[in-house]
Design a binder for this molecule. Structure first.
Ligand code: 5AD
Ligand code: SF4
Length: 444
């Protein structure tokens, strides 16, 4: 979602006549779009910002304009200015559509010190720096995330903003606010425009993407309506929530030809006790049921998940249940996170009592299991022919390109630049945990 927001910000700059720089050392403005989900993400963003701010200081130059946006900006607000007094702006995740305009105003102000811009002074009369800070809400922000850069065959659309769930550990409802869905007509128009501009695959984005719209039927309907658009070859979405994964949604697999057989379905924990404490309103059994229904509907489907290890009070027994579910669901991919208390969340009020070495151990156990299942999954592909959408040159030398299978596996193969955006049948020749190699046997 942040990548999509960043693209929107970049497109806003382009709309104002700016160009994207390939090299941050040559940029006139640098915007860091941030995440708050775990402490590590915030630490990294602060580190990066202080590095570019001190590089600017030691260069003795007034440029680039340097600002921060996204969830960390929303979450920490003025605190960022206290920690990084040289920063030019802090704009929260509700106002990312204001970033380009604000940076451009600060830029203009620096170029011509005479033109005062209220609220955007880089320096006060005393010469000290003052950042522009805006972390206020904007109820219509979800209507303003529809700008795109001209890019390859894969495009994403944010269909909503915010999150209406209350997971105890999660900062997202605080930073991104209540769930707001975009009108279906706007999404369809955006999809049509992207497809006319060359997109073949569309990824729909939302914190709880299947809770889109007024009611539980709205999301399946949106998928059906998007599938009706001429020229769309593939459709994906992320991330759904188990609670809104209805049978109607399951049954779209194998029914809508564009809907790709890949689901990222966050489990978080396999222990019902921990799920309850996390305020995740489903039980492990229910989750497994969805996985089984999906596999029955589309046997080749790939399913991945998110897991948090070391949530407060997670006992060895609770963790065993997660491991057991991990095996039962046979995830082909997973993101495993060590619990990180976030100030302002419900769970931050209880002690973070699982020692860090235990968190690490549990993390390693799941990673090991994952390496086994994902290697198995990849190796099952060897000798098969897979439909691949040719996306871009691979970083592996000349004439090697990358694309993804319908199940979202990345495959590399020899091809030519003219083939980008085409579907191909690729014979899979070899597979490791990280790399699948093949050869095109037929371009469609
Ligand atoms: N600590 C660790 N992981 C977290 N996630 C969300 N909040 C936290 C936290 N406080 C994980 C969840 C979510 C993913 C995006 O990040 O697994 O699905
Ligand atoms: Fe966070 Fe839960 Fe919302 Fe996901 S569903 S963004 S984990 S509160």
């Amino acid at each position: 979602m942040n990548e999509r927001d960043s693209e929107n910000i970049a497109a806003n700059f382009v709309d104002l006549g700016w160009e994207l720089s390939k090299d941050e050392n040559e940029a006139d403005a640098i915007v860091i779009n941030t995440c708050s989900v775990r402490e590590q993400a915030e630490t990294k963003a602060i580190g990066k910002l202080s590095h570019i701010l001190s590089a600017r200081k030691s260069s003795g130059k007034a440029l680039p304009v340097i600002g921060v946006t996204g969830c960390m900006a929303q979450n920490l607000g003025e605190e960022i200015v206290r920690r990084l007094p040289d920063i030019d702006f802090v704009i929260g995740s509700r106002k990312t559509h204001m970033v380009a305009e604000t940076a451009a105003k600060i830029y203009a102000r620096i170029l011509s010190e005479e033109t005062p811009l209220s609220g955007l002074q880089r320096s006060s009369p005393a010469g000290e720096k003052r950042a522009f800070v805006d972390v206020s809400d904007d109820e219509s922000s979800h209507l303003l995330i529809n700008r795109h850069l001209k890019s390859g065959p894969c495009a994403s659309i944010s269909i909503m903003q915010g999150c209406g769930m209350k997971c105890s550990y999660c900062i997202v409802p605080k930073t991104r606010g209540q769930q707001r869905s975009r009108p279906e007509a706007d999404i369809l128009a955006e999809a049509r425009a992207l497809i006319s501009a060359g997109a073949k695959e569309i990824l729909l984005l939302g914190q709880v993407v299947n809770a889109y719209g007024e009611n539980i039927e709205a999301f399946p309907k949106l998928l059906e309506d998007l599938s009706g658009i001429e020229g769309l070859l593939r459709l994906r979405f992320t991330s759904p929530h188990p609670v809104f994964f209805t049978d109607r949604l399951v049954n779209l697999y194998g029914t809508l030809p564009q809907l790709c057989e890949y689901v990222h379905l966050p489990l978080q924990s396999g222990s019902d006790k921990i799920l309850k404490e996390m305020r995740r309103p489903y039980r492990a059994e229910k989750f497994l049921e969805i996985v089984e229904k999906l596999r029955a509907r589309a046997p080749q489907i790939s399913i991945s998940t998110d897991i948090i290890v070391g949530y407060p009070g997670e006992s060895d027994e609770d963790f065993e249940k997660t491991l057991e579910m991990f095996k039962k669901c046979a995830f082909d991919m997973a993101f495993i996170f060590k619990y990180s208390p976030r100030a302002g969340t419900k769970s931050a009020e209880i002690p973070d009592d699982v020692p860090s070495d235990v968190k690490e151990q549990r993390n390693q156990i799941l990673l090991k299991e994952l390496a086994r299942t994902s290697l198995e999954y990849n190796q099952r592909l060897v000798g098969k022919s897979e439909e691949v959408l040719i996306e871009s040159p691979a970083r592996r030398g000349e004439n090697i390109f990358m694309g993804r299978t319908r199940t979202h596996r990345k495959v590399v193969f020899p091809a030519s630049a003219n083939d980008i955006g085409r579907l191909a049948d690729v014979d899979i020749k070899s597979a490791t945990v990280t790399t699948i190699e093949g050869e095109i046997c037929r371009l469609r």
